[in-house]
Ligand binder design. Structure first.
Ligand SMILES: NC(=O)c1ccc[n+]([C@@H]2O[C@H](COP(=O)([O-])OP(=O)(O)OC[C@H]3O[C@@H](n4cnc5c(N)ncnc54)[C@H](O)[C@@H]3O)[C@@H](O)[C@H]2O)c1
Length: 422
């Protein structure tokens, strides 16, 4: 098939390259000229395990442009642009609307299905995308062109694996022909398929992310209490997770969840509920627990170091989780903001994410290795579960106070070690 992918970020790149790998011809359209040039030179614009090899392997089937006038006649056009939070927590649909407007203006005569893959609130595909497309094209959705909402559940860091081995594929189809096309496009992935309406598919994505975020905040709340009681919360959650109704996943307590999805999706659902007069009490509590966890890391540091003014603090791990260069809503951001407020001196290190973090904090010290960051430091905060942090040597620190937000440090001898919840 001929596939177009609008937005070559984490979701768009993986979607496009994985479809190309299954024999489809893929055109990426992205407004970021730098990303387009990279793709055309077969260099991935984001880091994701295995992406570079897969891109190179499928170079002949892949093209990229920043010019919608080059939108080819496509069987399917996937919208994968960002849907970030506004300041008040509500969803910002500007990029989706801009993409839809451009698709509408440049869509050819061939029947195509427009697939919304971006995470959008229930009702957006039918209430915003379809009316816009019908108005711009003068055509009828479900007859002259197809519409589907196809939420993405991949995890950054394991995105290719997840795309190729999904637990389920949800197709929220507006019309039969779109459903059939997506069924055959996804057939090689051999996964359970759930067909719903577009609005139900939209809600499945939000409910899934909100539930996973709830599990994490729940584990953190229990973990905070376990620390006070002197109980190992990881042993507790091991016992809890053995119940098949609960499952062992997303029960690791720590510095909280970040990333481009959980915080913004939970906030968007809270905000949508509020607009409809339906308070989302549980989700509000989920966010409150999550916002407090990074501050608890600073409190633990102060317990050992007192006032942090002019103290050197090594912040190890800037990516929101291991395996990615993505720093969006990383828990290291509120931690570093607080350290700056306290006039501490930060030495930061991450194996992949320093370039991205430099766009947020330009003036802190970035180090070439964890060892460099730790040299003469008074304290250390571990913010990301990178494997290399399990075997750190803290000898060069001035005072080896280590606060572990991810339970990765294995060699705890000779240091003052505190886990955030253990
Ligand atoms: N990142 C994830 O793990 C993940 C997982 C599941 C779902 N999602 C959802 O998928 C969507 C995309 O997320 P992402 O992380 O890939 O975002 P991203 O920010 O990495 O990528 C979005 C891309 O869209 C491009 N873009 C913006 N406006 C455009 C336009 N009008 N035309 C063409 N390109 C445009 C940007 O330049 C950028 O490259 C979001 O709705 C997100 O919630 C993300």
């Amino acid at each position: 098939m001929n596939i177009s992918v609008i937005g070559a970020g984490y979701v768009g790149m993986i979607t496009g390259v994985c479809f190309a790998d299954r024999g489809n011809k893929v055109t990426f359209i992205d407004v970021d000229r730098g990303k387009v040039d990279k793709i055309n030179n077969l260099l991935p614009p984001i880091y994701e395990e295995g992406l570079e090899e897969m891109l190179k392997r499928n170079g002949g089937k892949i093209d990229a442009t920043d010019d919608y006038a080059r939108l080819p006649d496509s069987d399917a056009i996937f919208i994968c642009v960002g849907t970030p939070s506004r300041k008040d927590g509500s969803i910002n649909l500007d990029y989706v609307k801009e993409a839809v407007r451009n698709i509408g203006e440049h869509m050819g005569d061939k029947w195509s299905v427009i697939v919304v893959k971006s995470t959008v609130l229930p009702g957006t595909t039918e209430g915003v995308v379809i009316p816009m497309l019908e108005k711009i094209t003068g055509k009828k959705a479900g007859i002259d062109f197809g519409i589907s909402m196809n939420p993405e559940f991949l995890r950054e860091g394991k995105a290719i694996y997840d795309f190729e081995h999904p637990d389920r594929i949800v197709i929220g189809s507006y019309d039969r022909k779109s459903e059939e096309l997506l069924r055959s496009l996804y057939a090689p992935f051999n996964a359970p398929l759930l067909v719903t309406t577009p609005t139900t598919a939209e809600m499945i994505k939000y409910a899934s992310n909100s539930f996973l975020a709830t599990k994490i905040s729940f584990a953190n709340e229990i973990g905070n209490l376990c620390k006070k009681l002197g109980i190992d919360t990881y042993d507790v959650m091991k016992g809890v997770g053995m119940d098949h109704r609960i499952s062992p996943y997303f029960l690791n307590s720590g510095a909280g969840f970040g990333g481009s999805c959980f915080p913004k999706d939970v906030r968007a659902l809270i905000s949508a509920g509020e607009t409809m007069g339906n308070d989302m009490d549980i989700l509000r509590a989920v966010m409150n627990v999550n916002d407090r966890q990074p501050i608890r890391m600073i409190e633990l540091l102060e317990k050992h170091l007192g006032n942090l003014e002019r103290k050197k603090v090594a912040v190890l791990g800037l990516a929101f989780k291991a395996g990615t260069d993505d720093v969006r809503e990383s828990r290291s951001i509120p931690v570093m903001e607080k350290l700056m407020e306290e006039n501490a001196k930060i030495s930061a290190y991450d194996p992949l994410a320093m370039e991205n973090m430099k766009k947020i904090f330009g003036s802190i010290e970035y180090c070439q290795s964890a060892e460099d960051a730790l040299r003469d430091a008074d304290g250390c905060l571990i913010m990301t579960d990178w494997d290399e942090f399990s075997r750190l040597d803290f000898d060069a620190m001035k005072k080896a106070v280590v606060i572990d937000g991810r339970r990765v440090v294995e060699n705890r001898e000779g240091i003052i070690y505190e886990g955030i919840c253990w």
